[in-house]
Design a protein around this ligand. Structure first.
Ligand code: FAD
Length: 323
């Protein structure tokens, strides 16, 4: 029989974010053979619907409206409520992104439902949905089982693997009209602090710097390594507080939570608040001058040394491998 599950596709810079494809995979587990419906909001999103299908959506609903060009709590809640009224889903999945973190609790409140936020794993056990989510800043994991009612969840990027993309999959794309009432907040302009490149929260490789990087100029060598590895640059709060880089790069309890395949921590002591944002990285490499630094207690590979001597050697070696 299965459930009907809505998955919101998050559009940024004209493309769907990868976490939305991971959300489709989570939606499939929840649907248990039922229908997974992709949902896209924006000014021109119809042309993106095929990608949701290729990643596993059975059907895609699109709402094109200039008021949905940029995310707003108000506009997206109205649009999502209209879609929910039309479809009466038994499950809703969003990415655990700034957008998902804002929208999901609003939906839960409107629908008088529970919410499992920041799930890193989803399983179906005899029709009950078992989520795993980190607690106590990632020091422990809890399991939550939903046995009946609406299954509403956000999933952390880079944890639930997306299904393989299959361009030959077929699925209906249905544009729908939603009357969006006047928005209380209108986005006039988006100013990005980070320069293009790979999105930190979805990066597979992160080269992060701490106070040990010593200056904004010191970050250049980290940027070079990140670019070579196709990754992104992150930072500790120590580095942000010292004005070496922008707060948008901060990783940790009060910054971004990341789960890359490879995290290279350079000149970061490994304070508990920093570990809260990156300790679930698959492989952690730490470079630090101090052999007693806390980061070595959690690192898979530790290099005791000066980052300004170690990183150029890394870069040289990688360049040699690439030619
Ligand atoms: P430090 O602790 O000063 O460490 C610098 C390290 O660099 C040292 O280990 C040193 O040995 C090493 N080093 C120096 N020179 C070199 C060199 N040339 N080569 C190699 N190694 C070198 N922090 C976060 O990161 N993220 C958060 O989200 C966050 N949230 C917080 C929330 C609260 C409520 C509080 C109280 C704190 C929070 N912090 C957070 C701050 C946190 O407690 C630490 O102060 C911070 O993480 C330290 O940053 P750091 O490791 O870069 O600096």
């Amino acid at each position: 029989m299965g459930r009907k599950v809505l998955v919101l596709g998050e559009v940024r810079d004209g493309a769907i974010r990868h976490v939305s494809f991971e959300a489709i995979a989570a939606g499939k587990v929840i649907a248990e053979g039922g229908e997974v419906i992709g949902v896209l909001f924006g000014e021109s999103v119809n042309n993106l619907a095929g990608e949701m299908v290729a990643y596993g959506a059975d059907r895609v609903l699109t709402v094109e409206n200039e008021k949905l060009k940029n995310y707003s709590s108000d506009g997206f809640t109205q649009a999502m409520t209209a879609v929910i009224d039309q479809e009466s889903p038994e499950g809703i999945v969003l990415g655990h992104t700034a957008q998902g973190k804002d929208l999901a609790p609003r939906l839960a409140s409107k629908l008088d439902s529970g919410l499992v936020s920041d799930a890193v794993d989803v399983n179906n056990e005899n029709g009950n949905i078992l989520f795993t989510r980190p607690i106590y800043s990632g020091k422990a994991f809890e399991k939550k089982m939903i046995t009946d009612g609406l299954v509403l969840a956000t999933i952390r990027p880079n944890n639930v693997p997306a299904l393989a993309k299959d361009e030959s999959r077929a699925g209906d794309v249905q544009p729908i009209e939603v009357d969006i009432k006047d928005l209380r907040t209108v986005i006039k302009e988006i100013v990005r602090k980070t320069a293009g490149g790979v999105d930190l929260s979805e990066a597979k490789v992160i080269v992060a710097g701490g106070r040990g990087v010593k200056s904004a100029d010191g970050f250049k060598v980290l940027e070079e390594l990140a670019e070579l590895l196709g990754g992104a640059v992150g930072a500790s709060r120590g580095a942000c507080d010292a004005d070496y880089c922008d707060y948008s790069l901060q990783i940790g309890q009060t910054g971004k939570v990341v789960t890359p395949d490879l995290y290279i921590a350079c000149g970061i002591s490994g304070a508990i608040q920093h570990l809260a944002g990156m300790s679930n990285s698959k492989i952690l490499v730490a470079i630090n001058k101090d052999p007693e630094a806390n980061i070595f207690k959690v690192a898979d590979y530790g290099i005791i040394g000066d980052l300004f001597e170690v990183l150029p050697l890394f870069i040289e070696e990688i360049k040699r491998e690439l030619v």
